[in-house]
Ligand binder design. Sequence first.
Ligand code: F6P
Length: 359
Amino acid sequence: MKKIGIMTTGGDCSGLNTAIQRVMRGAHLRGWRVFGILDGTDGLCTTPPNVVELTDNLLPIENARLSGSFLHNGQPGALNFETAAAEGSLDDFNKKLYRSIRELKLDAVILIGGNGSLSLAWAHREIYRDVQLICIPKTIDMDIPLTDRTIGFDTAVEQLTQFCDQLMLTARSHHRWFVVQSMGRDCGQLALNAGVAAGATAILIPEIKFNVNALINHIMNAPTDYGIIVVSEGISLRGHSGRPADMISRQLTAAGITNRTAFPEHTQRAGDTTASDRLLATAMADAALNAIDNNETYVMTALQNGTVKTIGLADFVAAGESVVDPNISDLCTSNAYVAPDDPLLDIAHDMGIYIGEIK
Ligand code: F6P
């Protein structure tokens, strides 16, 4: 009988609980036991390790759609790769994680994480040398290379779209504009997808240069005197500082365009998991268990052309754009962005949405 450990690391998002519940279900059907490691790597830093055996009573199916993580994502202020590196104790930290995994006598660890966690797992792969390491990609940012979707993205698009939908009505009543700031770090996927879905008049993302005067002209010549401008949190405006939505709002105000800013913030990571995210989480849980069956290790589940499969973590690291981690100087995070040939850019442009100077 195999013993599987599962943990969620990095920021939460919707769909984590679906993945956890489905891993448990599929593992039980194989006669395996599943241990939830609490608070990500924090759970491996305590003595004894902080784990809970997952059972149907603990994780009932009706809770699988809920956002957040049953296993939590980490205590504020706890030691992690970043803080351990900052205080020069990264080696000890890694050894502690390795020892805890041994102590738990695990056969495999399923790590559900974002691009930072996955890059870290590969960079510090010796921690997992005695177990099979299977990663599942999750993030609302959609900045993980080699997978067409990540768990949590679809729900985030839904949440942000609904946020914009509601503002559209008050915007119409008052003949004014809302500048909505989306999350997404340096990747514009969330802003682009929700902006198109909500019928935004303009979408500004980090990948595409924009011109403030062109934006203003576009708004002034729009068929409505109200609407939504979606601004990704990763954009910048030369010579200006502050929150991106505030910077754009100030420019619009100076041009005589009545507007307000709105910040959906962490509601983008919340909300009941959409059916699409649940399907993806279920397929990825299944692929992760199959990978354990097949004796794979150092792999990541990935959706490619409609099929969920596993790919090497090494390939994930090699495929993205290497970005120096802001917290760990010798670590590069593998990052993906909106590609210049992303079909949604053309669609947005053809629908009269200002998305910057692309053509
Ligand atoms: O990576 C997910 C994300 O929600 C980003 O989009 C956002 O910039 C960041 O995490 C927010 O982090 P925190 O929850 O620490 O404020």
